[in-house]
Ligand binder design. Structure first.
Ligand SMILES: Cc1cc2nc3c(=O)[nH]c(=O)nc-3n(C[C@H](O)[C@H](O)[C@H](O)COP(=O)(O)OP(=O)(O)OC[C@H]3O[C@@H](n4cnc5c(N)ncnc54)[C@H](O)[C@@H]3O)c2cc1C
Length: 412
């Protein structure tokens, strides 16, 4: 496997569980790729590059977690989503019901404040209209009072793309597989101590315990096929495959484009900006949960872990062009308003801009054609290789399991 992100790790675990050997080559000094933890000397805390949320509908991700035999997740059950409107301080909590019939929409205390049942009907139009898939956007279907207070936050959280350009077909699939299945499918799973302890370190332990090898600091530069042998050139040296070996490229699309410029891979991405603040006092969110959705400002989702407040801003290409100091101050202004904290002095902050956090999930990306592997013996994996899923943890681990099945000659 080339790449020790979630796709590469999931693939290696599946291959090793089948009794085969696996070697993972990773260019960085740590595993996890876009889903990682690190020690921040300024805040003197372990931070995630960005807070990740898994939901109950992500059965591929939950199977991966089961395989790690660890319990590092806080599960919010029954599923509830607390919101706060920064413009007027109004709070509400979405409370989907269990079962497939969404009767929660009939109860004013389970839906967006001051909304009416009739406001939600347009989402059914979107769901039905998108059964066959087409090239409309979320905003083509959904508008009105719920756009700012519900559809925009959900679209940006799930597709990392603004509703005006996000694929309605992909959004319909996400809603159909979560909200329309009942609260169980919506339950948020939050990594209690961070992404590393929850998703990455147990995977590395499992790989090494099963006899697998992970080589860090090994960047793949080129691959050649010579007769039936693949010759892989890493920064650290050359590796040749033997008969029966396969190479899984669990890499993001821009790396595939560097290796094979002629291949057609996705080229549009959207940023996610995270700001972590080390607070000097305990805070409790309205709603009493470790997370809170904000509308009417820049900050979108707040998470609290110990004394670290982490803020996520998705679909954040414009914000990502601003300086870290400006980002930290702007986002803090929203946090101070939401949590009734002083605007100054701003606590110690760490800004992380992931400029290519995910694909831009536009209509063009839905059902995208994943190129065939350019050489025999190669298999492609990675979150972008599942054409009908958003680029997420779910897609990454499913792609890894699928690649393993291909390598092992099985069919999923
Ligand atoms: C800030 C942020 C927030 C997110 N939030 C969520 C969320 O809430 N829920 C969710 O489901 N998803 C979320 N995602 C998306 C999720 O993190 C990704 O979909 C997933 O981690 C992708 O995994 P991957 O293995 O496909 O790719 P990557 O994580 O990109 O892994 C690829 C690996 O390959 C390595 N590599 C690259 N080139 C080479 C080379 N030439 N040689 C060797 N190694 C190489 C990289 O260093 C990396 O480790 C978020 C992403 C970000 C950035």
């Amino acid at each position: 496997m080339i790449g020790a992100g979630l796709a590469g790790l999931a693939c290696a675990i599946a291959v090793l569980e089948a009794g085969e050997q696996a070697i993972v080559y990773e260019m960085a000094r740590q595993a996890g790729g876009r889903c990682r933890s690190f020690y921040d000397p300024r805040l003197e805390r372990y931070l995630d590059n960005g807070t990740h949320m898994i939901i109950g509908a992500n059965t591929g991700a939950l199977q991966y977690i089961d395989r790690l035999h660890t319990n590092h997740f806080t599960i919010i059950a029954p599923a509830v989503f607390p919101f706060l409107d920064l413009e007027n301080g109004e709070c509400w909590t979405l409370r989907p019901n269990s079962g497939r019939l969404p009767w929660w929409l009939l109860h004013s205390r389970r839906r967006v404040a001051k909304s009416r049942f009739i406001d939600y009907l347009s989402v059914f139009r979107l769901l039905w209209g998108q059964m066959g898939g087409c090239d409309l956007t979320v905003a083509d279907y959904l508008s009105g009072p719920l756009m700012q207070r519900l559809w925009k936050p959900i679209t940006e959280a799930t597709l990392n793309t603004a509703p005006e350009e996000a694929s309605a077909a992909l959004f319909a699939r996400v809603i159909g597989n979560s909200l329309m299945l009942g609260e169980h499918a919506c339950r948020p799973y939050l990594a209690r101590h961070g992404l590393g302890p929850a998703l990455i370190e147990p995977a590395l332990s499992r790989i090494t315990a099963a006899g697998g090898i992970v080589q860090f600091g090994s960047r793949l530069r080129t691959i050649y096929a010579i007769a039936k042998v693949l010759r892989l050139h890493f920064d650290t040296g050359v590796v040749e495959t033997k008969v029966g070996d396969s190479v899984v490229l669990a890499l993001p699309p821009w790396e595939i484009a560097t290796l094979w410029p002629e291949l057609s891979v996705p080229t549009a991405f959207r940023a996610i900006v995270n700001v972590h603040y080390r607070l000097d006092r305990p805070v409790r969110f309205p709603g009493g949960l470790p997370f809170l959705a904000l509308v009417g400002g820049l900050a979108q989702w707040l998470f609290i872990r110990g004394d670290v407040l982490s803020v996520t801003v998705s679909a954040a290409n414009a914000l990502a062009t601003q300086t870290n100091a400006v980002v930290a101050h702007k986002v803090w202004a929203d946090c101070a308003t939401a949590l009734a904290l002083p605007l100054t002095p701003m606590p110690l902050a760490r800004v992380i801009k992931e400029k290519r956090a995910t694909l831009a999930h536009t209509p063009a990306s839905n059902g995208r054609i994943v190129p065939p592997p350019p050489l025999p013996g190669l298999v492609l994996a990675g979150d972008w290789t599942c054409p009908y899923l958003p680029a997420t943890i779910e897609a990454a681990v499913i792609s890894g399991a699928r690649a393993a099945a291909q390598v092992l000659g099985l069919r999923l």
